[in-house]
Unconditional design. Structure first.
Length: 425
């Protein structure tokens, strides 16, 4: 009897030990989750590659349609040749004194919508997401960021940081198609609804088409004239879905989980805002053009761009301004400086109204300006930019390879021999 009792007691002790170990592991796992240093690199890379995959797929579909479906006698026709021909008339709804650059695949379909992009949103979204796996229980491709809550943001972001969910409003594709006023105010009771949700839970908010032109010399092809208006769609992504903080701002040491990308007319995906400057989100390196693989150290995207294409000036130390970096039309990652600069030029003024009849003035849609600025402010209520300060050691150290292989020599009409690679987590 004693023997059986001892055996049973031993088994109970063993079971208790195993149970205690399992409980400890669970506690440690939760502690690691809640108290770990924030790292959004996996989620950010997933969002970037999701957008890139969708963009590559939809640009191919667009190019396949161009050859056969367009009739230049129709007003609704988006091939480059026909778009230019229609733009020459310069008298269609939504068009101003400045011509728009070819918007490419951002309109979604050739034979639907209006010349100013209204009515194209749902078509574009459905083509764009056709290669993605979306959350089936959500009404995808119906809602788009279309308006700015100017009562909270001011006309163009001059009042400072406003929480993303309060700063912008969404409308359905039908409402956008019916609206001819690009500065519609938010309704009193509105919700900012996602455009689509992927099956991994990431939430995507896509904007209607927005435009901006270039006045700065660094961005001009023709130095005597401002560039035509460039078309974009901006996409905000909540990297961890419904999990907090659900903000685009720093909160003390807590990093934001909502980030911003731009999609341009050629299908490039352009990271914007804080992720360029922090390896919490994005890690990059420079690939040198040698016969054997040769790379720089892994660093932030901003620092890699400086090493690959150089600062705009001869000063190799950039402690104050985010746009003092090389720019090339051939380099997609360099496009961010162009978007920043155009938005900042329109900060605190209504570029849309001031410039609609003057080709020599800066033009940026109100939605374009506000979206970019709201992802640059340091925190809610602040009109100070957080980006340069986050690079604690702003001095960029150059290696011999940067110069030997022709890095730091890019200009607007040529590509640097060096390329930037984003590193998966």
């Amino acid at each position: 009897m004693k023997k059986h009792f001892k055996k049973a007691k031993a088994e109970v002790n063993t079971d208790n030990y195993i149970l205690c170990v399992l409980i400890a592991l669970v506690i440690l796992s939760y502690a690691a989750y809640f108290f770990k240093n924030e790292d959004y690199t996996r989620e950010y890379y997933r969002a970037y590659t999701t957008l890139l995959k969708a963009s590559l797929n939809s640009t191919k579909e667009w190019q396949g349609e161009n050859a056969s479906l367009c009739d230049c006698n129709k007003k609704i026709c988006w091939t480059r040749k026909c778009f230019s021909k229609i733009a020459e008339k310069n008298n269609l709804p939504g068009e101003t004194a400045q011509k728009r650059n070819y918007p490419g695949f951002l309109y979604g379909k050739i034979d639907e919508g209006f010349f100013d992009g209204r009515g194209t949103d749902e078509n574009f979204c459905k083509v764009f997401t056709s290669s993605l796996v979306l959350k089936k229980s959500y009404d995808n491709c119906k809602n788009f960021i279309s308006t700015v809550n100017t009562s909270k943001t001011g006309i163009n972001g001059a009042t400072g940081g406003v929480l993303f969910s309060n700063a912008f409003c969404s409308q359905t594709s039908d409402e956008i198609a019916d609206s001819k006023n690009t500065n519609d105010i938010c309704f009193e009771n509105y919700d900012l609804l996602p455009t689509f949700i992927t099956d991994n839970g990431q939430i995507y908010y896509m904007s209607k088409i927005v435009y901006s032109n270039d006045l700065d010399e660094i961005f001009k092809i023709n130095k005597d004239k401002p560039s035509n208006k460039n078309a974009y769609r901006l996409v905000a992504v909540d990297l961890n879905g419904k999990i907090g903080p659900n903000s685009q701002f720093m909160n003390n040491s807590q990093y934001p989980d909502i980030v911003l990308f731009a999609i341009n007319s050629t299908g490039n995906i352009i990271p914007l805002g804080l992720p360029e400057f922090s390896n919490i989100y994005l890690k990059s390196r420079v690939k040198y053009p040698s016969e054997q693989d040769s790379f720089s150290e892994i660093t932030t995207l901003w620092r890699a761009k400086i090493k690959a294409w150089g600062p705009k000036t001869d000063d190799k130390d950039d402690k104050t301004v985010i746009w003092n970096q090389g720019y090339s039309q051939e380099e997609p990652f360099s496009q961010s400086v162009r978007l920043y600069k155009n938005a900042i030029n329109c900060m605190s003024k209504n570029c849309t109204e001031d410039s609609k009849d003057d080709a020599n003035k800066q033009y940026s849609d109100t939605l374009y300006t506000n979206l970019i600025l709201q992802f640059m402010f340091k925190q809610a209520g602040s009109n100070k930019f957080n980006i340069p300060a986050l690079d604690k050691n702003s001095t960029v150290e150059f290696s011999p390879n940067d110069f030997n292989f022709g890095c730091t020599k890019a200009d607007i009409l040529s590509a640097s021999k060096c390329k930037i690679e984003i590193i998966p987590r």
